[in-house]
Ligand binder design. Structure first.
Ligand SMILES: [Zn+2]
Length: 158
């Protein structure tokens, strides 16, 4: 199982094979539109989070080549439904048409906003930006505690 590890903040984020397979379908190759969804974990330990399940775009989301805006009500429904089956909402993902995604200023605002305005189960929320290659280590992972603290220095490990 692939892990994103940050030594700096002693956090390990694992991606289940199923989650990885789902994400892979939405890599923005060719002229595909941006995609995105929610990240869910089964068990929560303070510094190890295993992403067990990821959702995919719903028909209510707004999607373009360079933008993705989830429908908030639909996202809340997904959070509630998954909670009932023992899965905790821990963050969001979206795709970029870049090999090594760079978060936009808007992305950094969005993740802070998510932290402040949603109910989540960790002291932080995770944001994963999916790149165009199947090499997930090129994708971008960050997390925030809702203040100006970001932890971005993640490296992957098998
Ligand atoms: Zn973005």
């Amino acid at each position: 199982m692939i892990s994103f590890i940050s030594k700096e903040c002693d956090i390990q984020i694992k991606l289940s094979p199923t989650s990885l397979a789902t994400l892979n379908k939405f890599r923005q190759t060719g002229l595909k539109k941006e995609a995105g969804g929610l990240l869910f974990a089964k068990e929560l330990e303070s510094n190890i989070v295993e992403i067990e399940y990821v959702t995919t775009p719903t028909k209510f989301d707004w999607r373009s080549r360079f933008g993705f805006r989830p429908n908030k009500r639909e996202a809340q429904n997904l959070i509630n439904e998954n909670f009932k089956r023992g899965l905790y909402y821990v963050g969001d993902w979206h795709s970029h048409p870049q090999i090594s995604p760079v978060p936009s200023d808007q992305d950094m605002e969005t993740i802070k906003d998510i932290f402040c305005k949603s109910t989540h189960s960790l002291n932080y929320v995770i944001m994963l930006i999916l790149g165009t290659t199947s090499d997930i280590s090129k994708s971008y992972v960050t997390l925030t505690d809702g203040k100006d603290n970001y932890c971005c220095n993640f490296k992957t490990q098998d």
